[in-house]
Write a protein that binds this ligand. Structure first.
Ligand code: GLN
Length: 483
């Protein structure tokens, strides 16, 4: 089946003329038609557009063109703006919104020849860990349809796991590509803050948001990252640093690589099978020649409270623009204030409202110093933990989430329980460093477990090298859910 190919295998076959982009795209559209009614990964399927783009890709290839992703079908999280194609952020406040331009990362994929199959489901404005906060519907985990795929990029992770796309883009503010990758048994990378342009990413928390890539292999995500990374004059936080050749970093050799294992990431209350799988993966790295060292990241316990002050504060400011005046539908009540109130009151979901209220409170006069400013200071301590750690180790190996995928509805009414599912991913976002996830095992119910590998800012090559070496020696990434 063409949908079982990896992205890089598909590239090879397209180049050799063994398959066409139209065949490959049609196979994915057929697969979407067959399994997405159960999985519900896509909010919008752009079938016609995809087939047209595929025909053009085939035509361009016959004319001798060979851009890196020519004819490769991908899925795009619905917080990324796509000209002419609805972009909702999983929110009813943007229902029917059609962006006037395409963001840089997605445009880079298009310029490389990629084909968009559709836009994937997400927790509303990327706030959540399960996609249950989507204003439209919940995505189901392809490994067990009664369970969540994780979130917020749950649609992208589920689409890649269920063979409904060869790769996908997601976004990660506090774990939103890494946690769903872990739950769905696929690979993902959250690059360093500033590595990928955020232009055209509808902002949740601007000092944390980064676009990341999903793939079924490390090689696939390295190819996607290489395409989307780089400086962009339209995003002043994107760094001038040159983009390394990420695939060249995949040497398979981790002899002498110093791997830190943070003791704060193995906590009471985590699912024992998760700890066992992650520890076994670390042993595997040792068997490949890595030098394993226990380390400490002493401020880890503050990551959750710090994140839930910084992220909502920024969200409260970023989401002020959604009032029914410029974007999306309007619940008109005649006068201005009643119209704002009705639009925001009826079209934002409960989690988004909770964050706006938390953030507004944390930023308000009299509380700013105690909450927001204090959180910023502790954020610096968290970053310094990593600076110190990376003086002694090259990468850090840890679990991605304390459990495997939980049941739909299990945590939906308990925000704190939901927030705790990101307890291992928040710190890397606060510190702006690299975080990748690869499958490293399953629990007793055959649900995937992900190994998280963290690296210093802009050291994506080392993280990818370690992840790839692990994958060369194991086959967890080759397993597919039965659907
Ligand atoms: N789950 C976290 C939150 O709800 C992180 C989300 C994200 O990374 N976008 O904020």
């Amino acid at each position: 089946m063409l949908t079982n190919l990896t992205l890089t295998d598909a590239q090879t076959k397209l180049r050799a003329g063994a398959i066409t982009a139209v065949e490959l795209t049609q196979a994915h559209l057929d697969r979407i038609q067959a399994v997405d009614p159960q999985v519900k990964a896509y909010l919008t399927i752009t079938e016609e557009r995809a087939l047209e783009a595929a025909a053009q890709a085939d035509q361009r290839r016959t004319e001798g063109e060979d851009t890196p992703l020519l004819g490769i079908p991908l899925a795009i999280k619905d917080v990324l703006m796509t000209q002419g194609v609805p972009t909702t952020c999983g929110s009813r406040i943007l229902e029917g919104f059609i962006p006037p331009y395409t963001g840089t990362a997605v445009q880079n994929l298009f310029d490389a020849g990629a084909i968009m199959l559709g836009k994937t489901n997400t927790d509303e404005f990327a706030m959540g860990s399960s996609t249950e906060n989507s204003g439209f519907f919940t995505t189901h985990n392809p490994w067990d349809l009664d369970r969540v795929p994780g979130g917020s990029s749950g649609g992208s992770a589920a689409a890649v796991a269920a063979r409904m796309a060869l790769g996908a883009l997601g976004t990660d503010t506090g774990g939103s590509v890494r946690q769903p990758a872990s739950f769905c048994g696929v690979c993902a990378i959250k690059p360093s803050y500033g590595r990928v342009s955020r232009y055209g990413l509808i902002a949740f928390a601007s000092s944390l948001d980064q676009i990341g890539a999903f793939g079924r292999t490390v090689e696939d995500m390295a190819v996607l990252l290489g395409t989307i990374a780089g400086h962009d004059p339209r995003d002043s936080t994107s760094m001038q640093e040159p983009v390394p050749d990420y695939t060249a970093a995949l040497t398979g050799d981790i002899q002498g690589l110093r791997v830190g294992v943070p003791k704060e990431y193995f906590i009471d209350g985590m699912q024992p099978e998760v700890e066992q799988a992650v520890r076994a993966a670390i042993e595997q790295l040792a068997a490949l020649g890595a030098d394993i060292r226990e380390i400490s990241l002493p401020h880890t316990e503050y990551a959750l409270p710090v994140y839930y002050l910084v992220a909502p504060s920024e969200a409260s400011a970023n989401l002020a623009r959604f009032d029914g005046v410029r974007y999306g539908p309007r619940e008109s009540q005649g006068a201005m204030w009643p119209t704002y109130k009705a639009t925001r009151g009826e079209r934002f979901g409960p989690e988004v409202k909770r964050r706006i209220m938390l953030g507004t409170y944390a930023l308000s006069a009299g509380y700013y110093d105690a909450y927001y400013l204090k959180a910023q200071k502790v954020r610096t301590l968290i970053k310094q933990d990593f600076d110190q750690a990376f003086a002694d180790v090259d990468v850090i190996a840890a679990p991605t989430a304390p459990t495997t995928a939980f049941k739909i509805g299990e945590k939906a009414d308990d925000p704190l329980q939901m927030y705790l599912s990101d307890v291992f991913t928040l710190s890397a976002s606060l510190a702006g460093i690299v975080g990748a996830v690869i499958p490293c095992g399953v629990d007793g119910a055959n649900l995937p477990i992900g190994l998280q590998l963290l690296g210093a800012a802009f050291d994506e090559p080392t993280v990818l090298r370690a992840a790839h070496a692990y994958q060369q020696a194991t086959d967890w990434h080759t397993r597919a859910p039965e659907l």
